[in-house]
Design a protein. Structure first.
Length: 347
């Protein structure tokens, strides 16, 4: 049997990383995960090797490169909470930046020349144009986005100096879960909207707090572009194949081009789950731009990428199936949402 090229996936036990591991073989790559399991979960890596190690542990990382001889690296291992990054920037610059530098130095040493960076819409800051094209000015308003922008800048210089090619994938809001029901989103503590809304629907959490209702948007709550994690994972391999074929660095937005407000997400979640989601109105969260919606035509045209799984309904449906499976059966006093009850009687 022909040996497939190996892709080393840092953070392969994490939410998006584990979905990339799942997509690797379908795309002609053999995945090897490198994860310290501080945020990730060993169960999330199924049917492929997992090296438990710190990115800061240069010796261990180097040994993994030596053993598995990756042709390329996908780098998911990082902290991703906007609010936390504002409160604790040291953590974000230390881990997101300096650990990546160690990874780059091992790549240079081992002559691995292809790198996919999990970048983010947060590198754009407050948009001056929506939908946001890739050419939009990058002026992050939180340390999370700033740490990723720094990596983009470093990698642009590494391309020129060392021929290390990289593709920056600027994710909008990753959500949903693999259709198999075997992997999905579990952050501890959870900070992201959709799992928190589902927690509230299940009664695992008293309510969801809406962070700010005085934004300059139609209903006053923040608008985000939610992209299904399976679509996101698939884009990594399209981008990797193209980068290796053309031997050229590039950068792409990964979003659907359609935004939903926090309130719209909650309403849709009630519809999909059939459960009432108790809501509390709260203050704005520091570091949140009012609206982040992608112009994603570049990935569609250049990579032939299509976000096929990313309707808000499918995102919520797959996330709900995962959430219920992982967190147990609904043990709750919540009442089904009125709208869903009507919908059920109509059919
Ligand atoms: N959000 C909220 N309540 C929460 C968590 C998030 O209102 O408990 C809002 C948040 O302010 C943002 C949107 O939901 O406008 C998506 O936030 P998330 O943390 O999921 O992703 P981010 O946009 O920060 O990457």
């Amino acid at each position: 049997m022909k040996k497939l090229p190996v892709v080393l996936i840092t953070g392969g036990a994490g939410y998006i990383g584990s979905h990339a591991v799942q997509e690797a073989r379908k795309n002609g790559f053999d995945p090897v995960s490198y994860d310290n399991l501080s945020l990730g979960h060993a169960w999330a890596v199924q049917g492929s090797p997992l090296v438990k190690g710190e990115l800061a542990d240069r010796k261990k990382l180097s040994a993994a490169f030596k053993k598995f001889k990756p042709a390329a690296v996908m780098h998911f291992a990082s902290h991703t909470s906007v609010g936390e990054s504002v409160a604790n920037p040291q953590k974000y610059y230390q881990d997101n930046l300096t650990n990546a530098m160690t990874l780059f130095s091992v790549m240079l040493e081992r002559k691995v020349r292809y790198f996919i960076l999990s970048s983010t819409a947060a590198t754009y800051g407050d948009p001056v144009e929506v939908p946001i094209p890739e050419t939009h000015p990058q002026a992050p308003i939180n340390p999370y986005g700033d740490s990723k922008l720094m990596l983009e800048k470093i990698l642009a210089w590494y391309d020129k100096a060392y021929g290390l090619r990289s593709t920056f994938l600027r994710y909008f809001n990753a959500a949903g879960a693999d259709a198999s029901g075997k992997i999905g989103e579990v952050h501890e503590p959870e900070t992201h909207l959709i799992p928190l809304v589902l927690d509230a629907a299940m009664g695992r959490r008293k309510e969801i707090t809406v962070f700010g209702q005085d934004y300059p948007t139609a209903d006053g709550t923040c608008i985000r572009d939610y992209i299904h994690v399976t679509d996101l994972a698939g884009a990594h391999f399209l981008a990797l194949k193209r980068m290796m074929e053309k031997d050229k660095s590039d950068f792409f937005n990964l979003g659907t081009g359609k935004g939903f407000s926090v309130k719209e997400v909650i309403t849709k979640a009630e519809e999909v789950t059939g459960m009432k989601v108790p809501v509390k109105m709260g203050a704005r969260r520091a570091g949140d731009p009012p609206e982040l919606v992608a112009r994603s035509s570049k990935a569609m045209e250049t990579l032939g990428w299509q976000p096929r799984h990313s309707s808000l309904e499918n995102i919520l449906r797959t996330a709900w199936a995962w959430h219920q499976g992982y967190f147990g059966k609904i043990k709750t006093s919540r009442q089904p949402a009125a709208r869903s009850r009507q919908a059920r009687t109509r059919h």
